[in-house]
Write a protein that binds this ligand. Structure first.
Ligand SMILES: Nc1ncnc2c1ncn2[C@@H]1O[C@H](COP(=O)(O)OP(=O)(O)O)[C@@H](O)[C@H]1O
Ligand SMILES: O=C(CO)[C@@H](O)[C@H](O)COP(=O)(O)O
Length: 527
């Protein structure tokens, strides 16, 4: 029997690219406490830039111990913020997608026998076989080709797994490890996604991969919800299935919290741990999009999200298993999001969003014909290397004044999002809305540009600017309520308009969209 009078809270985490965030909500979804740890700033000893380490040939990794140490830190920050962990009924989390964590032999036993008087990071220092390849990695083109060929071509792979082969997807990443570092592969007991790795820390055993994040691997059959044997065979040996474990629905309780957290932080022994999922999946869960609404996540990457009733067969972008009620979700991901905006801002006017905003305000919509493509990192959509292309109104290469570059950058990002969303059949109607979330969703000038370019109003959620984080805590609450047969008195999440398209938006941006498509066609292609 659940004691109705006792205070009940739910804890959510987001292990995203640049930081670890944590939030405590009550059973009415009201936010109680929050804390975060910024990897580059708070944990400089790992020497990351934007949360990652870069190699010479497109390899991008992060040390998993960084995330473990960040968890030690964020929990201590929650203690300082006054969190009473004994009120937490359930917790869940989100994480940057596609990255893989390679556990050494004996790791599971270690997770089960942590002593409460030590930090996690000191006790888990030797349980990882290597650094984790993350979603910005673009070094697996050959593995993508091999996987597509083995399964019967890119269209066939997309039909089965929801995506053609993408460099950052975990299947090609595993194949690269298997082929180029067989000793690392051989020494690995289990392979987790970053989401299931984070969940494992809480549950004290290797946690299962959830179906929604699991469909970002090019390994899962999104129709049968089982691993695709042909894809597994192409990416590893006969031990791969066992290394990955059986995937579970995202709304599963994977266990109770491990004794470590009970003894060290005062959690209840029956605090439930709900499967962790991908950050975009969690954002979709947190945004509660209605029919015709589209999510726009402006984190390190920019992504477009929406719920789907049917999987379809995408020509570009991804179909994932849905994290909540919609059976499937569509995802488009642009690698050059906030970090590119931030780097260009620094170059053009120094480290102030206000100064950047002043630059924007001294230009007009349509930017007098100046247009640009700014890829500071290899782009995912379209597949392209880092580059910069800036043109004047006659289509000539140019080097315009900073204010024109500022607008060219943001208009270019929004035009790219519109062009690619149209290409996958996403048609916005008069009643449509874009609901923005993520770190850059506080920037109303950026949201105004998206509203104009899409000719669609942009809203933000009233409760929190990070739907992935809020979504994690909400999923914990909902799955707990279902499991314990409890009615949540939960208030509805609400959204408010922040940017409305100007009446002449379509007239300005429709011809620019045609020009932008041409610029995209002329980009150098990756092999
Ligand atoms: N006012 C702002 N305008 C534009 N971007 C912003 C603003 N404030 C923060 N950001 C961007 O938000 C990004 C972090 O967003 P966040 O959603 O926390 O990323 P992630 O979840 O990928 O770690 C930073 O890279 C920063 O550039
Ligand atoms: O690769 C993808 C989605 O396919 C990225 O969106 C990652 O999931 C990183 O998320 P953020 O840290 O940018 O939120």
């Amino acid at each position: 029997m659940i004691d109705e009078t006792r205070k009940k809270t739910f804890l959510g985490f987001d292990f995203s690219t640049q930081r670890l965030k944590a939030i405590v909500i009550d059973d009415k979804y009201e936010i109680q406490q929050e804390a975060d740890v910024e990897f580059d700033v708070d944990l400089p000893e790992f020497r990351t830039a934007g949360g990652v380490l870069r190699g010479e040939h497109g390899e991008v990794t992060a040390p998993p111990l960084l995330w473990v140490k960040a968890l030690d830190m964020v929990l201590d920050r929650l203690v300082v913020a006054g969190v009473d962990f004994s009120t937490v009924e359930a917790l869940s989390g989100a994480a940057q997608q596609h990255g893989s964590v390679w556990w050494a032999k004996g790791a599971e036993a270690k997770l089960a026998s942590l002593t409460p008087d030590g930090f996690l990071h000191t006790q888990l220092a030797t349980v990882f076989v290597c650094d984790s390849p993350v979603w910005m990695d673009s070094s697996t083109t050959a593995d993508c080709k091999a996987l597509e060929e083995a399964v019967g071509g890119p269209e066939e792979l997309a039909k089965i797994t929801g995506s053609r082969a993408y460099e950052r997807f975990t299947g090609p990443q595993i194949r690269k490890m298997y082929k180029s570092k067989p000793r690392v592969y051989g020494a690995t007991e289990k392979i987790s996604l970053i989401s299931s790795f984070a969940c494992s820390l809480f549950v004290g055993k290797i946690a299962p991969i959830d179906l929604s994040d699991g469909s970002g691997m090019n390994l899962l059959d999104i129709h049968t919800m089982k691993w695709c044997d042909k894809a597994l065979e192409a990416c590893g040996d006969e031990t791969l299935k066992q290394k990955l474990g059986e995937p579970v629905p995202s709304a599963s309780v994977v266990g109770s919290i491990s004794p470590y957290f009970v003894q060290r932080y005062g959690f209840k022994p029956d605090c439930k741990v709900v499967a962790f999922t991908g950050d975009n999946c969690s954002a979709l869960a947190g945004l509660r999009l209605r029919s015709g609404w589209v999510g726009l996540s402006l984190g390190t990457s920019d992504t477009l999200l929406l719920g789907l009733e049917e999987p379809g067969a995408p020509v570009a972008g991804h179909v994932l298993v849905g994290p909540t009620s919609a059976p499937y979700m569509a995802l488009l991901c642009f690698a050059n999001g906030s970090l590119t905006r931030q780097a260009e801002r620094d170059r053009l006017c120094g480290p102030s969003w206000q100064a950047f905003d002043e630059l924007l305000r001294s230009t007009v919509r349509g930017n007098m014909g100046y247009m640009g493509i700014y890829y500071n990192t290899a782009e995912i959509l379209p597949r392209a290397p880092s580059l910069r292309v800036v043109q004047d109104s006659a289509g000539r290469p140019c080097n315009p004044a900073p204010q024109f570059e500022a607008r060219a950058l943001l208009e270019g990002q929004a035009l790219s999002a519109r062009a690619h969303s149209e290409d996958v059949g996403l048609a916005l109607e008069r009643s449509s809305r874009i609901v923005a979330t993520g770190g850059a969703s506080v920037n109303t000038s950026l949201l105004q540009i998206f509203a104009d370019v899409f000719n669609t109003p942009v809203y933000v959620q009233d409760q929190h600017a990070n739907a992935a984080l809020l979504g994690a805590a909400m999923r914990a609450a909902e799955v707990w309520a279902q499991e314990t047969n409890t009615q949540l008195s939960g208030s509805e999440v609400t959204v408010s308009p922040v940017a409305k398209p100007y009446p002449d938006a379509e007239k300005i941006y429709s011809p620019m969209l045609q020009r932008y498509r041409k610029m995209l066609e002329e980009l150098p292609k990756l092999n």
